[in-house]
Design a protein around this ligand. Structure first.
Ligand SMILES: Cc1ncc(COP(=O)(O)O)c(C=O)c1O
Length: 395
C-alpha cells in the first residue's frame, strides 16, 4: 500500500531520539534501579488544588464539546496574562487553546509553512523540532548555537541564512537543552531581521517560569514593534507540573489565530472544558510550584558543574533556566550516544546523548535536573567512574 510523503519525511525523527530513555524504562521494568536523568518531567506532583478543580469540573459535568478556539474562561485568563506581560492589550481573538505546546507548535508551523519553505532554528534544538518542521514539508535551516555565547542564537549567524524562502525564525527561550535565555539585545537584532525580511518569529516559551535565581526572561512577543509577527506557544506542563493534562496554547496576531482556527477544528473539534477551567485558574495566580523547581534545578546545575567540570576534560556550562545541565564530553573521545548507551548498561544511569538535539551537541550529554540532589551526586560519581575507564584509569 502507498503512504503519504509526510510519513517518509518523519522517518527517524520520532521516538528514535529517545532510545536511551526507552531503554532505561525497559531496564526499570525488569526491576533494575536506574537513575533516570533523561526527560524533563517536573519533580513535584501537579498541585492538589488544581487536581481538585479538575475533579470538580468533571463532577460538575464540564465534559461536553467545546469549540475549536477554547473555553471562554481560559481565553480570558490567557488574554489577561499576555496583556499584563506585554503591557499592551492582548485579546481573546489572538489565542487558540491546544493540547500542549507540542500540538501548538505543530498547528502553528502548519499555519505558517509549506513545502519548499525554510525555517531557521537554533542547533541544538528540542528533540521534536526536526519532526514538527519536517511534518510541514518545510526545510529546517540550523544555525549553530555557540557555547562561548552562552548558546544564545546570534543575529549575526542568522542573517546569512535568510533566503527568499525563509518564512519563520523558530526561537525557544528559555532554551531546551541549553538553558539559555534570550537577552534584550538578541531580541532587538532578531526582530530587526524579521522585520527587514518579513519573517514570522515563533517563540516556544514552555519554560517561561523556570527562570533560575538572578536571571531575567525576555520575550519577542512583548515588543510592540513585533506584535504583528510573533507567535508564542506554551502550556502548563512545566509551570504547573501538569504535563499529563496536555493543556497549552498559541497566541499571536488576531489574523494568525483566525487562520489557525479551522486547522484546530479539523484536528481536534474542541478542547476539554474541565481542563480549560483548571488551566484558567492555574495561570491566573502565581504558580505554587515553579519557583521551587527553578531554585532546585539551579542548585543542581551548580552541583553537576562542581562535580564534573574540569574532570578528565569534561566541561559543564551553567544554564540560566529550564530543567537540564549539559556536559561536554568531547575530551573523552566518544560520542554522546556511545557514552550514554554504555553508562546505562554498565552503570544504570540514563542521560540523553547530545546528538538527540542536533549536530552542535555531538559529544555532549544532557542531564535532567529533576531528581534529588543525592541521586544527581551519585550519577556524577558513576559518570566519572565510567569516564575513567575510557581513559584507561581504573575507577
Ligand atoms: C522546548 C520544549 N517545547 C515543547 C515541549 C512540549 O511541551 P508540552 O508538554 O506543553 O507539549 C517541551 C517538553 O519537554 C520542550 O522541552
Amino acid at each position: 500500500m502507498r503512504y503519504a510523503e509526510i510519513t517518509d519525511r518523519l522517518q527517524g525523527l520520532g521516538g528514535e531520539k529517545w532510545e536511551i530513555h526507552n531503554l532505561a524504562r525497559a531496564l526499570k521494568a525488569t526491576g533494575i534501579d536506574v537513575i533516570e536523568l533523561t526527560i524533563g518531567e517536573p519533580d513535584v506532583p501537579t498541585p492538589a488544588p488544581l487536581l481538585d478543580l479538575a475533579k470538580a469540573g468533571i463532577d460538575a459535568g464540564r465534559l461536553g464539546y467545546s469549540n475549536g478556539r477554547g473555553e471562554a474562561s481560559l481565553l480570558a485568563a490567557l488574554a489577561a496574562k499576555y496583556t499584563i506581560r506585554s503591557g499592551r492589550p492582548v485579546t481573546t481573538d489572538q489565542i487558540i487553546a491546544l493540547p500542549g505546546t507540542q500540538t501548538a507548535l505543530f498547528a502553528t508551523l502548519l499555519t505558517l509553512l509549506g513545502p519548499g519553505d525554510e525555517v531557521i532554528v537554533g542547533d541544538p534544538m528540542y528533540a521534536t523540532y526536526a519532526g514538527v518542521i519536517a511534518a510541514t514539508g518545510a526545510r529546517a535551516v540550523p544555525v549553530a548555537l555557540r557555547a562561548e555565547r552562552g548558546f544564545r542564537i546570534d543575529p549575526a549567524d542568522v542573517a546569512p541564512q535568510i533566503t527568499p524562502r525563509t518564512r519563520v525564525l523558530f526561537l525557544n527561550t528559555p532554551h531546551n537543552p541549553t538553558g539559555a535565555l534570550l537577552r534584550p539585545e538578541d531580541i532587538t537584532g532578531l526582530g530587526a531581521l524579521a522585520r527587514q525580511h518579513d519573517l514570522w518569529i515563533l517563540s516556544d516559551e514552555v519554560y517561561e517560569e523556570m527562570i533560575f535565581p538572578g536571571a531575567v526572561f525576555h520575550s519577542p512577543f512583548d515588543r510592540a514593534e513585533l506584535a504583528d509577527r510573533v507567535v508564542v506557544t506554551s502550556s502548563i506542563s512545566k509551570s504547573h507540573a501538569a504535563p499529563g493534562f496536555r493543556s497549552g496554547w498559541a497566541v499571536g496576531p488576531a489574523e494568525f489565530a483566525t487562520r489557525l482556527l479551522p486547522l484546530a477544528e479539523a484536528m481536534l473539534f474542541g478542547n476539554q472544558p474541565f481542563i480549560a477551567d483548571m488551566t484558567a485558574a492555574a495561570i491566573s495566580s502565581p504558580s505554587p510550584v515553579a519557583p521551587g523547581m527553578a531554585e532546585r534545578y539551579s542548585r543542581r546545575s551548580k552541583l553537576v558543574r562542581a562535580r564534573l567540570d574540569g574532570v578528565l576534560g569534561m566541561q559543564v556550562p551553567l544554564p540560566e533556566a529550564g530543567m537540564f545541565a549539559l556536559v561536554d564530553i568531547r575530551a573523552l573521545g566518544v560520542s554522546g550516544t556511545d557514552f550514554a548507551r554504555a553508562l546505562l548498561s554498565q552503570s544504570h544511569v540514563a542521560v540523553m546523548p547530545g546528538e538527540s538535539f542536533g549536530e552542535a551537541l555531538k559529544g555532549w550529554l544532557r542531564l535532567s535536573l529533576t531528581k534529588e540532589d543525592a541521586l544527581i551526586e551519585e550519577a556524577c560519581t558513576r559518570i566519572i567512574d565510567y569516564a575513567k575507564t575510557l581513559k584507561g584509569i581504573s575507577a
